[in-house]
Design a protein around this ligand. Structure first.
Ligand code: CMC
Length: 435
């Protein structure tokens, strides 16, 4: 919505000043529409890392990083986490509002009917080394889904986009569990349709054909909460990647594979794995007694050591997801009789010290969701190398909702950032003997 205000950019080099419209969202900062800047002045804006740039308009997820608020379609994450399950959250993100009971039943049915992957997919797994990182397998296998589902690849057709969304949400747990089973050398488990989304995933991960798997309700709820908390997070690096890939008209499976690749990095989805490795490292060096030494290293500008699970580009307050994950952490450890788990005790001690230390306080570095999600996943029996896969499984719905929103825009354009070129100016190639 255009506000009565405008922004004027003036230049000291004689270029005439340019006026820009200012738009107001429903919440959040106003934005200055600088699209005509280049045409009017011959200049670009420069904003590597998108520190001040809104790359799209969206109605899906809103974060207020200063107060530590996260809303999915307007609903606070704290309310969704205690009142809804993951599939309801998926419905909300994809459709704009929470389902009523019959919509919920229908959605669950549709997802359940798509949980199997094409049988040929299992052969792909055989081509990977058993010790391959499961994220490497997942990037490949999700991209490969586009080779199987030609019947839903017309991205201009809303019905096709919907089927692809359902397929992705439904098949991700199956593929993630297959990646795990392959690394463990165990047979793949087919999905079981009478289980909930999260219970089915746990069975495909931890069950074997040798005996009946009985899901533990507390642990299933914990996993479901991990999925809810990671389902979407506005225009982060992987979501922006999915949008950029999708802006070229690439199919949704290829776009989600691109998102998974971006998520893998330790500054993004790889942080929960890195966080647990950090805790294990401190534990190995002496545990709580060594925290001071470790924190000193983190603060040393000459070291590249970071306190993993701390800090966020947007949250300059306690990440609301971290609070919920901390609660789940207590529940899971109590259920499993692991209240004295050394990683958890270490994490609590580290959090306390960091929250009081000037370095972290001044920079507004608070625990993020990954600080606790690794401990919960470890307690659930999920190996560290699988943590980012679980994140990818959860985030797939957010990626696909954002992709769908972008494709549905009538004036959608291919994403094409500009650059400040600082390389050599035009020069001539010398014959090889003269170089
Ligand atoms: N440990 C130590 N110092 C830190 C940390 C940290 N985890 N995070 C930021 N800083 C310092 C940083 O060195 C800088 O200091 P200075 O002003 O003296 O140069 C200051 O805090 C500002 O940091 P920044 O690098 O400008 O912040 P950013 O917004 O670019 O980076 C971040 C955000 C998440 C990449 C970063 O905080 C980080 O690397 N954290 C650890 C990794 C992590 O936990 N990532 C998970 C994010 S949550 C999951 C998700 O949404 O993907």
């Amino acid at each position: 919505m255009t506000t009565p205000h405008k922004a004027t950019m003036s230049f000291s080099d004689g270029t005439p000043s340019v006026d820009f419209p200012v738009y107001k969202g429903t919440i959040g900062p106003d934005v200055v529409d600088i699209r005509k800047l280049y045409g009017a002045s011959g200049k670009f804006t420069f904003d590597p890392g998108f520190l001040s740039t809104a790359a799209c308009e969206s109605k899906i997820t809103y974060i207020d990083g200063d107060v530590g608020e996260l809303l999915y379609r307007g609903y606070p994450i704290e309310q969704i986490a205690v009142n809804c399950d993951y599939l309801e959250s998926c419905y909300l993100l994809l459709n704009g509002d929470l389902p009523n009971p019959s919509q919920k039943k229908d959605f669950e049915h549709r997802v359940t009917m798509h949980t199997m992957v094409h049988e040929q997919m299992s052969r792909f797994f055989q081509g990977f080394r058993r010790d391959a990182h499961p994220m490497a397998i997942l990037v490949g296998c999700v991209g490969a889904l586009s080779a199987f589902y030609h019947d839903s690849l017309d991205i201009q057709n809303p019905e096709h986009r919907f089927i692809s969304a359902i397929r992705l949400v439904a098949k991700m747990p199956t593929l993630v569990a297959m990646a795990y089973k392959y690394s463990a050398g165990q047979p793949f488990m087919y999905p079981k349709n009478d289980l909930s989304y999260s219970a089915n995933f746990m069975r495909m991960m931890f069950g074997t054909p040798c005996e009946e798997y009985k899901p533990n309700e507390v642990l299933v709820r914990a996993l479901d909460r991990i999925l809810i908390l990671h389902a979407d997070h506005e225009q982060n690096a992987s979501t922006s990647t999915v949008r950029l890939a999708g802006s070229s008209g690439a199919n949704p499976f290829a776009c989600i594979a691109a998102g998974i690749a971006t998520l893998w990095g330790p500054a993004h989805g790889g942080a929960n794995e890195a966080c647990l490795q950090m805790l294990d490292g401190i534990q190995a060096r002496g545990g709580v007694a060594k925290i001071g030494e470790f924190v000193a290293q983190v603060k040393d500008k000459n070291s590249s050591v970071k306190l993993m699970g701390f800090g966020h580009r947007v949250y300059k307050n306690y990440d609301p997801r971290a609070k919920l994950m901390r609660e789940t952490c207590y529940e899971v450890l109590a259920e499993l009789g692991l209240e004295n788990d050394p990683s958890f005790a270490l994490a609590m001690a580290l959090e306390k010290i960091a929250l009081e230390d000037d370095y972290f306080v001044q920079r507004k570095l608070y625990p993020n969701v990954d600080f606790y999600s690794g401990i919960v996943q470890k307690a659930l029996g999920i190996p560290t190398s699988m943590f980012t896969c679980i994140f990818a499984l959860a985030r797939t719905v957010g990626w696909i909702a954002q992709w769908n929103e972008m494709i549905s825009e009538p004036d959608q354009k291919i994403g094409r950032p500009r650059q400040l070129f600082s390389g050599p100016v035009r020069r001539d190639v010398k014959p090889i003997g003269n170089r």
